[in-house]
Design a protein. Sequence first.
Length: 389
Amino acid sequence: MTVPFWLPLLLGFLSAVGPLATDMYLPGLPSIEHDFAAIPGASQITLATWLFGLGIGQVLQGTLSDRFGRRGPLLAGMALFTASSIGCATADSMTSLAIWRAIGAIGGSAGMVIPRAIVRDHVTGNRAARMMSQQMLVMGAAPILAPSLGGLLIAWTGWRGIFWFQVGFGVLSIALSALLLPDSLAPEHRMRVDLAGLLKRFLNILREPIFRAHALIAGAVALSVFAYLGGVPGIYEHRFGLTPVQSGEMFGSNALAFIIATQINGLLAVRVGSPRLLGYGVIGFSIGGIGVVAFCFGALSGFWGLTIPLTTMLFSTGLMAPNTAVGALAKHATQAGSASALLGTVQYGLGAIGGALVAMLANGSNIPMGLVITASIVLAVYAARSRPN
């Protein structure tokens, strides 16, 4: 099947809704608490409901896209995200903001799940790994730009301006999808199932060894990344004395390392092969992660003692992410939406656990982050070794 050159770019743009809506409003949390006269930390409930909505939404959107095709559920999901962003922008309490965030996550999940299924509809194997890497070039720009853009919008318009920006993103996503995106799942390949059949399908996907191994590797990546997001800002600002702007620049450079790795993966996927590149990624992830853990427990010190292994770890995730998605969906052509949804649920579920553990175990040291990253390394190595040949 011939793939238009612009398709990976469009799919990457749609997939950016997750990191954009997650990262962009983080600088505004103190302002939200101030405006709603809430205690410090109360705004974290809006992040929790967002992650909760993603867990539900990815399963729902994957199922809908296998039943009704890709295009309709994608348009409906982005419309729901757009409407909920209006609700967030006009919210009059922390409770209503949290509810609208959950609803927005259910809709926005369509932009995260369905593009992966569309890739699987078009190509498989090493070609899919290359296309997934092209998609991640666009998607990867979101975590680089979102925090800085959010900070600028807060300065110009207040925190509500962030959600009005997301309204515009949603409208543009709907327009581009309606104009450019044909449905990649033919009607004869769509699946009609009841609730019992749906549960059976998910269990069958989970039992499939190749999916399970790749999903666990993807979950290990998310576990480490959310631990990093929860633990490193304090190290940058309190231990190394970086300003919020400098800290944001460090996050941007780490995201850039991820993007570079995804593009190297795209260039090498056909020549080297997706499974081997994934193996290289797990090795680099483990080496970098061990260095970060060594820093957390005091065996390494100083700015570069953290930066070098951290960049190595995050660069390696750029080799892992496209290939885990390709591997997880490889045997699920007719139910790629459900498999993509289940993959996303595993990722965000383990990622949310990682972030929560760093927060719950917080004791003023770096040890909680070190413990969670240790767990992510063990999980990634175990899952990689359990992959069927």
